[in-house]
Design a protein around this ligand. Structure first.
Ligand SMILES: Cc1cc2nc3c(=O)[nH]c(=O)nc-3n(C[C@H](O)[C@H](O)[C@H](O)COP(=O)(O)O)c2cc1C
Ligand code: SF4
Length: 518
């Protein structure tokens, strides 16, 4: 009898030794004469338990973790192949509270299937959405996506259906679907996890976007730091092409759609949609002025849908189960689920997909389990390097686009970085300005010059040079950047700076000489 053992091939698990674990399991099974089939699945997103090994038993899957290569012999001694008890036993993975509390719509298959097996994908519900879309007229597909309430998961939260409708309504011989997989925000890894763990869901979402808008060609722009995601996506595109999902005819329909995978240029600003389009065209990643909108004049001047990975990967379930099913999750104008990525100084770091509406406190304290250091949580930065720092007093904020905006924050790509009470918020504010100075594309003055002046001015505050005057100057500078920058890099850098200053004013005092020298 063949036993199936799952060892994640996900980058996060690989970084924690999954490759060695897979090799050790293979060798151990061979030496014991056990017929083992090792599947390199994606991660379920419980990173403190990676590498998390699972074995398929008659009673369902049984998990162990975190497993290291040296644990492998004792795992076999304990009867791993039939789910035997071991000190690393986690039982049924679906019952681990971190997983059991989730609502997995977009990530339904991630960590469960073999990422590049189309058969596995279909057995677990894949392609139903695309099959439904093939039978519909474009306007009805667009309507279903609009009615679902899906908003862009890349950062701005723009309604996906409205963007698609603009492209559908713009006549052109050639239209494009561009997937933004640059994923530059700190604490974010949802795009990578889906591309490595369930690449067909993204391909399916992009094919549906093509049918909905009349676009016949798509590109996935993946950050160059994601070599594994690039490899898995390339393999999955080949499989999808051979199966007639991509190519001259999508699943036998009259419309074709094909995809190319491109490696990013390695700059944070290349995640900004117009800069990304320039980079895809082979130019420097400099931001374009809008209008024209990419939906009207995008890639190579043609109407282009540009969406984040998670936005596109959420479409198949909408086309499968219907707009109402998806819209029923969430709160206010934030509909559906959101894959929250919990990182930084946190006990249980990982991906938690849930309907909008949990409070920040529930996410950090209950789901994340507080800090890894065991010290009190001081602040959390939500939404990547351009997101605000929230203190404990704002932990009652529900995870919702509008609720965060009301409190001068943003959800962004839903990455959360946790800091304990040793964090120095003046240093974090300086870091935000420095990050902007390094990553600025240089097109507009408030961002290009303002960020450098911001670093200098915060250094003066830290050095005790006219702190009050210089803090007033920082505030003034932030206003200029916020209202005068061309894109959100310069425009949103004031969020981390001003939130640090507003919520932690006690940190904005001269840094003691010994500390400054560190
Ligand atoms: C500096 C900067 C970096 C960005 N980086 C990303 C990114 O890495 N991934 C992403 O999807 N969106 C990123 N965005 C947002 C995109 O410009 C755009 O809003 C998004 O790709 C649209 O897709 P969506 O509607 O599906 O969210 C960035 C924006 C800015 C200003
Ligand atoms: S805000 Fe910064 S990154 Fe954006 S266009 Fe201006 S200089 Fe470029």
């Amino acid at each position: 009898m063949t036993v199936t053992i799952y060892v994640p091939g996900d980058s996060g698990a690989l970084a924690l030794g999954a490759e060695k674990v897979a090799k050790a399991i293979e060798a151990e099974a061979l030496s014991r004469g056990i017929d083992a089939r090792i599947v390199r699945n994606g991660s379920r997103g419980l990173y403190w338990l990676e590498p998390m090994v699972e074995v398929a038993t008659d009673a369902g899957r049984v998990a162990y973790g975190p497993v290291s290569a040296k644990d492998v012999p004792t795992l076999f001694d304990a009867g791993l192949v039939s789910g035997g008890q071991h000190k690393l036993s986690l039982g049924d993975p679906e019952k681990i509270p971190f997983l059991a509390k989730q609502t997995r719509l977009t990530f339904a298959r991630c960590g469960i299937t073999d990422p590049v097996s189309l058969e596995d994908y279909e057995v677990h519900g894949g392609l139903t959405g695309l099959r439904n879309a093939v039978k519909m007229i474009p306007a009805d597909i667009v309507k279903q996506v609009t009615d679902s309430g899906l908003r862009g998961r890349g950062g701005a939260g723009f309604p996906t259906g409205i963007k698609w409708k603009t492209v559908l309504d713009t006549a052109a011989e050639q239209k494009y679907i561009v997937c933004n997989a640059d994923e530059g925000d700190s604490a974010t890894f949802a795009d990578r996890m889906i591309m490595e763990g369930d690449p067909f869901v993204l391909i399916e979402g992009m094919a549906i976007a093509g049918l909905a808008t009349g676009a016949t060609k798509g590109f996935v722009y993946i950050r160059s730091e994601y070599p594994h995601a690039i490899a898995v996506m390339n393999k999955a595109v080949q499989v999808a092409r051979s199966a007639g999902i991509l190519g001259k005819s999508v699943l036998g329909s009259s419309q074709g759609f094909d995809l190319e995978i491109r490696s990013g240029a390695g700059a944070y600003v290349c995640g900004e949609e117009t800069s990304l389009l320039n980079s895809l065209e082979g130019k420097r990643g400099v931001v374009r002025a809008k209008p024209p909108l990419p939906a009207i004049q995008g890639l190579f001047g043609k109407p282009t849908v540009i969406n984040n990975v998670i936005s596109l990967a959420s479409v198949p379930i909408i086309m499968d189960k219907g707009a109402e099913y998806y819209r029923d999750f969430g709160m206010g104008r934030s509909r559906g689920t959101i894959p929250i990525q919990i990182a930084g100084n946190v006990k249980h770091g990982g991906l938690f997909e849930v309907a909008f509406g949990l409070t920040l406190g529930e996410i950090v304290d209950e789901i994340g389990g507080g800090t890894a250091t065991g010290r009190p949580v001081k602040a959390v930065q939500v939404g990547g390097p351009l997101g605000a720092y929230f203190p404990r007093t704002l932990f009652d904020t529900p995870f919702d686009y509008e609720e965060f905006a009301k409190r001068d924050g943003l959800i962004g790509h839903a990455g959360i970085t946790v800091f304990d009470d040793s964090a120095d918020m003046l240093r974090m504010a300086r870091f935000a300005m420095e990050f902007c100075a390094i990553e600025s594309c240089g097109k507009c003055t408030p961002c290009r010059i303002g960020s450098t002046r911001g670093v200098e001015t915060l250094d003066k505050v830290a050095g005790g040079i006219e702190p009050e005057k210089n803090l007033a100057l920082v505030t003034d500078l932030c206003n200029t950047m916020k209202f005068g920058s061309l894109c959100a890099l310069g425009g949103f850098t004031p969020y981390p700076v001003m939130s640090a200053l507003t919520h932690f004013p006690e940190d904005f005092r001269p840094v003691p000489v010994a500390q400054a020298a560190e």
